[in-house]
Design a protein around this ligand. Structure first.
Ligand SMILES: [Zn+2]
Length: 318
C-alpha cells in the first residue's frame, strides 16, 4: 500500500480521468490538461467520454450557485414555503426504509472495517450519503460531502487505490454499467470489496438520467469478477407494487399541479402494500418482482462462468 493512499489521514490518489495517471497540482503531464477546482472540489471529467461538461460546473457571471448538470441537479430540492413542506413529506414517505431487510450498506461496511479498520473506501454517486471511518466521495453534482466531481465511466483515480467501493442507486443512472464496474475493478486492490444496490422493478427516477434495471442474476453477472459474499433484495415485491401504483396514478395527468396531488394520493394508497414485504420476504417469488437488489463481494481472479451464474437463480420455479 502506498503512503499516498486515501483513508483517514491520507489524500486521495487522484488521476487524470483520461490517462489514469497521477496528477500534480491537478495537471496531467501526459495530456497537458489542467483540471479546475471549484471551492476546493476538483472537476475531474473525461472531456470526450462524459455526458457531463466541465463548463457546467464552473462559476458563471451573475450566478452565485452552480450545480453542474442542470437536469440531474434539478431533482435536488430548492423549493421553499408550503411546497418545501410538501416535498419533504413526500420524500419522508418515499425514503422510509424497506419494511423487511436483512442486510445493507451498514452491515457490509461493518464487515469490511472489522477486517481492515483503516480501509480506503470510495463512495461513487455519493449524494448526501456518508460512511463511517471516512471515504472519498464522488458525484456528478456538488454536495455537502462530495470530494470530487467525477463520472463513474472514467474514475479519476490510479489503479488499485482503494480497499472497498460503494455504489448505491448509481448503476441505473449510468449509460454503461459494465464499463463502470470495470472501472471499479481497476481502482480496487486485489481482493478489494464492492457493495452495490441497484433497482429492478422501479419506475424511472431522476428524469433523463435513468437507463437500466437488473434482475438478481443480471446484477450477479455485472459483478462476475467478484466472489459473492452476500446478495439479496433491497426491498421486495410489496414495495415495488406500491411504486408501480403510485406511478400509475401520477400518469393520469401531465400537468405539474394535479400530478403533485396524484403523487401524494398514490403514496398514501400504496403505503399498505409495503407490508406485503413481510409476507413475501423469504419466498422465492420475491426475487421475481423485487424493487431492487444488493451485491456484496470481493474481487477475485477468475470471473464467474455463465453456466455457474444460472445455478444461482433464486426466483420462482413453479
Ligand atoms: Zn491526461
Amino acid at each position: 500500500m502506498s503512503d499516498a493512499a486515501p483513508g483517514p489521514g491520507h489524500p486521495a490518489p487522484y488521476a487524470c480521468p483520461v490517462h489514469k495517471t497521477a496528477l500534480a497540482d491537478w495537471h496531467c503531464a501526459q495530456c497537458g490538461r489542467s483540471y479546475p477546482t471549484v471551492d476546493g472540489i476538483p472537476i475531474l471529467l473525461h472531456h470526450s467520454n462524459s455526458v457531463f461538461r466541465e463548463a457546467d460546473y464552473l462559476p458563471r457571471q451573475g450566478r452565485g450557485g452552480y450545480d453542474g448538470a442542470s437536469g440531474y441537479a434539478g431533482s435536488l430540492d430548492r423549493s421553499s414555503g408550503l411546497r418545501r413542506l410538501y416535498r419533504r413529506a413526500v420524500i419522508r414517505l418515499m425514503d422510509a426504509g424497506a419494511p423487511r431487510r436483512d442486510f445493507g450498506l451498514a452491515d457490509a461496511l461493518a464487515a469490511i472495517l472489522r477486517e481492515q479498520p483503516q480501509a480506503r473506501i470510495l463512495v461513487i454517486g455519493a449524494g448526501e450519503r456518508t460512511v463511517a471511518g471516512g471515504a472519498v466521495y464522488t458525484d456528478v453534482a456538488f454536495g455537502k460531502h462530495v470530494s470530487c466531481i467525477a463520472d463513474a465511466h472514467d474514475l479519476p483515480f490510479e489503479a488499485a487505490s482503494f480497499d472497498a467501493c460503494v455504489a448505491c442507486a448509481v448503476l441505473e443512472h449510468v449509460l454503461d454499467p459494465y464499463r463502470c464496474v470495470d472501472e471499479i475493478r481497476r481502482v480496487l486492490r486485489p481482493g478489494g470489496y464492492v457493495y452495490a444496490e441497484t433497482p429492478f422493478m422501479q419506475p424511472v427516477h431522476m428524469r433523463e438520467y435513468d437507463f437500466t434495471r437488473f434482475t438478481h442474476l443480471g446484477h450477479r453477472r455485472l459483478f462476475r469478477h467478484f466472489a459473492e459474499l452476500r446478495s439479496g433484495t433491497t426491498a421486495g415485491t410489496g414495495v415495488s407494487a406500491g411504486q408501480m401504483l403510485r406511478y400509475a396514478l401520477a400518469a393520469l395527468s401531465d400537468r405539474p399541479g394535479p400530478r403533485r396531488w396524484l403523487k401524494l394520493a398514490g403514496l398514501l394508497a400504496a403505503w399498505p402494500l409495503r407490508w406485503l414485504d413481510y409476507a413475501v420476504h423469504a419466498k422465492r417469488g420475491n426475487y421475481d418482482a423485487a424493487s431492487g437488489f444488493y451485491f456484496f463481494g470481493r474481487l477475485q481472479g477468475e470471473p464467474l462462468s455463465d453456466q455457474e451464474l444460472l445455478r444461482g437463480f433464486r426466483g420462482s420455479v413453479c
